[in-house]
Design a protein around this ligand. Structure first.
Ligand SMILES: Cc1cn([C@H]2C[C@H](O)[C@@H](COP(=O)(O)OP(=O)(O)O[C@H]3O[C@@H](C)C(=O)[C@@H](O)[C@H]3O)O2)c(=O)[nH]c1=O
Length: 188
């Protein structure tokens, strides 16, 4: 397993060791001991899975503190462009985003810490996305930022006219108006 930093160093790409033979493949998608030894010491307590058609954008989502979630995202089938936006007030990279292609072929995972908003677009015919969270879902703390906020300026790699977006995600506030209660350096 190899861990790579992105241009926002707290966001990491995890590249697992894949064993291939004449039956197919095997890899450890999560091994607590290995992850902890490499400094990823989150206590993951919820697993989620979603199915999305091509052109679906989900996001940008986060939960308020003290329910903020770190996420470890991977793709079981298909290909997505996975995006994390730094929304920690006072962070040197506040408002900046990282986008990484995750697919069933590359088997890469994205580690998105607390303090970031998360979203993705499906680039393949469909995508099954699976992710671990280190806090439970809390609908009262659930918040969103508009995926097409011009201040953030995410390049979603598709024409936004074709994007399939939930009614909820279409009306989230822009970053400048979003309710955010965590700071750079906050201990969660
Ligand atoms: C996120 C979530 C949703 N739900 C329910 C609420 C709702 O009725 C239904 C669909 O919820 P949503 O529309 O919020 O699903 P979705 O848009 O897929 O939300 C997810 O998006 C990605 C980008 C994330 O980062 C996740 O944390 C999560 O916010 O599932 C749960 O029961 N548990 C959960 O953990």
């Amino acid at each position: 397993m190899v861990i790579e930093e992105t241009k926002i160093p707290e966001i990491k790409i995890i590249k697992p060791k894949v064993f291939t033979d004449n039956r197919g493949y095997f890899f450890e998608s999560y091994n607590q001991k290995t992850f902890h030894a490499l400094g990823i010491e989150n206590n993951f307590i919820q697993d989620n899975e979603s199915f999305s058609k091509k052109g679906v954008i989900r996001g940008l989502h986060y939960q308020l503190s003290p329910y903020a979630q770190s996420k470890l995202v991977r793709v079981v089938k298909g290909k997505i462009f996975d995006v994390a936006v730094d929304i920690r007030k006072n962070s040197p990279t506040f408002g900046q985003w990282v986008g990484v292609e995750l697919s069933d072929e590359n088997k890469h995972q994205l580690l998105i810490p607390k303090g970031f908003a998360h979203g993705f677009v499906t680039l393949s015919e469909y995508a099954i996305v699976n992710y671990k969270c280190d806090e439970l879902y809390n609908p009262e703390a659930d918040r969103g930022i508009r995926f097409n906020d011009p201040q953030i300026g995410i390049d979603w790699l598709i024409g936004l006219d074709e994007a399939i977006v939930s009614a909820k995600d279409n009306v989230h506030p822009y970053l400048k108006d979003a309710e955010i209660n965590f700071d750079f350096g906050t201990t969660y």
